[in-house]
Design a protein around this ligand. Structure first.
Ligand SMILES: [Zn+2]
Ligand SMILES: [Zn+2]
Length: 342
């Protein structure tokens, strides 16, 4: 036992601030390991959790679903050789037996508990997770880069490849180039796509241009008109909507060609009205995308190991500075992800 107590971030009440706490360091049980967390990614969803958009069950809860670190303890009955392995962690703890789990779509498991949601997560010094959620890291992938792979990168991979069936040299729009979108740009470019990406923020626009996308400044340019100018009057093959407002979804539908696809990745507006004739007559597809599978995470670790995708980290904070980090994230000015280091 390395220490009895650890530093952790807690959500104690909804619509409060993140609180720092001392928590017991837990022992892993059979099938589990304990990870000494070295870096954890801060996601907009952490802010939604703090606001109380989901019921997390009994509070306080430790958030944090983007984790990288070293296995420091294995439970009795877990695989002993995992000790000291450098790892990242798939966030869905699934049943393994339902139809979705058996058909490789475990992210849809109705019995799942998510690390950093219904289970305590990684904005702490240690986290206990099932060993089957681990993905081992090659030496070429550092902990900070690895920490943002489970959501900010794997979710975009799952959306574009798994749900969108992105084809070689398609035309793609990333609508909203934030922490997820900048990685969507890179995955689509790697697939040989022509890519455009929108933002209101000059730093984010500079970042998408650096990765080879056409930047569209939605403060100054109409995204629908600009996409038509770039990719032809009918529009793009695929739009990944990473904004999730009623306005952005309607723009996304207007940006795609007949037979094109809109991937719904974000969720700000609870409802949006869709023109049913436009959807029917042009055979447009509106596709929900949630999270990623363990296999998606493995693929993303390989892509980053091959330097096909570079995780974009816009700022780093200590664990105790999470409220400052959250304020920066709310302002929406940082390109890529914010990482909390230990
Ligand atoms: Zn997230
Ligand atoms: Zn299941």
């Amino acid at each position: 036992m390395s220490q009895a107590y650890m530093d952790a971030v807690e959500i104690r009440e909804y619509q409060g601030r993140f609180e720092l706490a001392k928590r017991h360091v837990l022992e892993p049980e059979s099938g589990e390991v304990r990870v000494r967390v070295i870096a954890s990614g801060l996601c907009s969803t952490d802010l939604h959790l703090l606001e109380g958009r989901w019921d997390l069950g009994v509070l306080p809860r430790i958030p944090g679903h983007e984790i990288a670190g070293v296995v420091d303890q294995v439970g009795a009955g877990s695989t002993p050789s995992l000790k000291e392995k450098r790892v990242t962690v798939c966030l869905d703890v699934t049943c393994g037996g339902c139809m979705h789990c058996r058909t490789g779509q475990a992210h849809r498991c109705p019995y799942k508990e998510r690390i950093g949601f219904e289970r305590d997560g990684g904005h702490a010094e240690y986290v206990v997770v099932p060993e089957r959620n681990l993905v081992e890291l090659p030496d070429s992938v550092g902990f900070e880069d690895a920490s943002i792979l489970p959501d900010a990168v794997a979710c975009m991979y799952h959306s574009l490849i798994g749900q969108g069936h992105l084809g070689i040299s398609d035309t793609v729009v990333i609508h909203g180039a934030g922490g997820l979108g900048i990685h969507g740009v890179q995955i689509a470019k790697y697939a040989g796509a022509d890519v455009a990406a929108t933002s209101r923020n000059p730093r984010r626009l500079a970042s998408v241009a650096e990765y080879g996308a056409l930047p569209i400044n939605t403060r100054k340019q109409d995204p629908v008109v600009t996409v038509q100018q770039a990719f032809g009057k009918e529009g793009a093959d695929l739009v990944a909507d990473c904004i999730g407002t009623r306005e952005s979804i309607l723009q996304s539908l207007a940006m795609i060609r007949p037979g094109g696809k809109v991937l719904v990745i974000a969720y700000i507006s609870e409802e949006f009205g869709v023109n049913s004739i436009d959807l029917m007559a042009k055979e447009k597809e509106l596709i929900g995308c949630r999270g990623s599978t363990l296999h998606d995470l493995e693929q993303v670790v390989r892509l980053v190991g091959h330097e096909a995708v570079r995780p974009v980290i816009g700022a780093r904070f200590g664990l105790s500075e999470i409220n400052e980090a959250a304020d920066l994230l709310r302002r929406g000015e940082v390109p890529g992800r914010i990482v909390l280091t230990r």
